[in-house]
Design a protein around this ligand. Structure first.
Ligand code: GAL
Length: 392
């Protein structure tokens, strides 16, 4: 059913940048051009962040004979020219639509026009489609709506990564691959907070970490098809992106420890890594976090395993995932409000090889030591230790 070679797409979790978390609906083609330039200048592209995705609000108010048109004031040069600008910088270009009549911000979308729009995307040079769940569904269920676009994309003569954004409502981990998807949102919208109240919009980092494990979805995750806990909020303070939307009034922002926890878990989950911060304003700490080679290598490990929770003790937790070459990534996580010493052993974590000695690489402390089996660290509140453990 799908084009030959499409399974080689997204063999490791896609990495890139998306406009939504920083710019929300105010995005323009100038923002996208600057983001492309910054991905190159900052070294993010060379660290692996290759997809540059324009989220909602790039389109005009009306369809034209069923086709999508770029917004005349915000995207005056058109999408083809923008994709070319992005490709000229050795990046890949992504775009957004919705499996409904309109997008989440009320712009025309693709339900009922899947073939036309897939052809249009391919002609424009699109390499990645984020496909949302807003607008009238006209009585069609999620599988029907998402498969219609999956089939349309498979028919065009271009490899397009298909990112299903259905918010985890209808358990897309069960049908995402069959719908042609390469990744599917497993959880609701992320906000730049530690956790949210039930009455607030979106989910905080700690809420998403819990849901990724509680939903027991790790078995459906792997090369070519990824559970997506949403895009990164690293580097997004209280004034960024979604905070500008009218219905969002709560305070935002993560501490440096919380940002480290956010990134460490997205690496342990082998989650798609879509940076979501304003790259022009980015500080050195944010860049260092996003480009840490060992953390990114844990994320991009070819086995593509979604790490899971091994145990809890009070407010401390141990999580791990197997890596290639008999290695293992481990997170010691402190949810509490005071520093905690967390200890575990190689028998507890997902370590497949027995050895007399193991080398422990501490990713954030840039330190290394040997152990016969005990793993421990003192971890600050809302922080983690991230280890890579190798049998000797
Ligand atoms: C939401 C989606 C967000 C963003 C937004 C755009 O449904 O989860 O990631 O794309 O729509 O309006």
């Amino acid at each position: 059913m799908f084009a030959t070679g499409s399974r080689a797409l997204a063999a490791t979790p896609p990495m890139g940048w998306n406009s939504w978390n920083a710019f929300s609906c105010a995005v323009t083609e100038e923002d996208i051009r600057s983001a492309a330039d910054r991905l190159v200048e900052t070294g993010l592209r060379d660290a692996g962040y290759e997809y540059l995705v324009v989220d909602d609000c790039w389109m005009d108010d009306e369809l034209d004979d069923g086709y999508l048109r770029p917004h005349p004031e915000d995207f005056p040069s058109g999408i083809e020219a923008l994709a070319e600008y992005v490709h000229d910088r050795d990046l890949k270009f992504g775009i957004y639509s919705s499996a409904g009549r309109v997008t989440c911000q009320g712009y025309p979308a693709s339900l009922g026009h899947e073939r036309k729009h897939a052809r249009q995307f391919a002609d424009w040079g699109v390499d990645y489609l984020k496909y949302d769940n807003c607008g009238d569904h006209e009585g069609k269920d999620a599988l029907a709506r998402y498969s219609a676009m999956g089939k349309a994309l498979a028919k065009v003569d271009r490899d397009i990564v298909y990112s299903i954004c259905e918010w985890g409502r209808n358990e897309p981990w069960r049908w995402g691959r069959n719908a042609g998807g390469h990744l599917w949102r497993a959880t609701h919208d992320i906000v730049a907070k530690w956790s949210t109240e039930d009455t607030e919009f979106g989910l905080g980092i700690a809420d998403i970490i819990d849901q990724m494990d509680d939903r027991d979805i790790a078995p459906s995750h792997g090369p070519g098809g990824w559970n997506d806990p949403d895009m990164l909020q690293i580097g997004n303070g209280p004034d960024s992106g979604q905070s500008k939307l009218e219905d969002v009034t709560v305070e935002r922002g993560l501490t440096p420890a919380e940002e480290r926890t956010h990134f460490s878990f997205w690496c342990l989950f082998a989650a798609p890594l879509m940076a979501g911060n304003d790259l022009v304003e980015m500080d050195d700490r944010t860049l260092a976090l996003l480009t840490n080679e060992d953390a990114v290598a844990i994320n991009q490990d070819p086995l593509g395993i979604q790490g899971t929770r091994d145990g809890r003790l009070g407010e401390t937790e141990v999580w791990s995932k197997r890596l290639t070459d008999g290695r293992c990534a481990v997170i010691l996580f402190n949810r509490g409000r005071t520093p905690a010493t967390i200890e575990t052993t190689v028998e507890t974590v997902d370590m497949s090889v027995d050895a007399a000695t193991y080398t422990v690489e501490d990713v954030w402390e840039d330190d290394e030591w040997q152990t016969s089996g005990t793993l421990h660290a003192t971890v600050d509140p809302h922080d983690v230790a991230l280890f890579r453990v190798s049998p000797e």
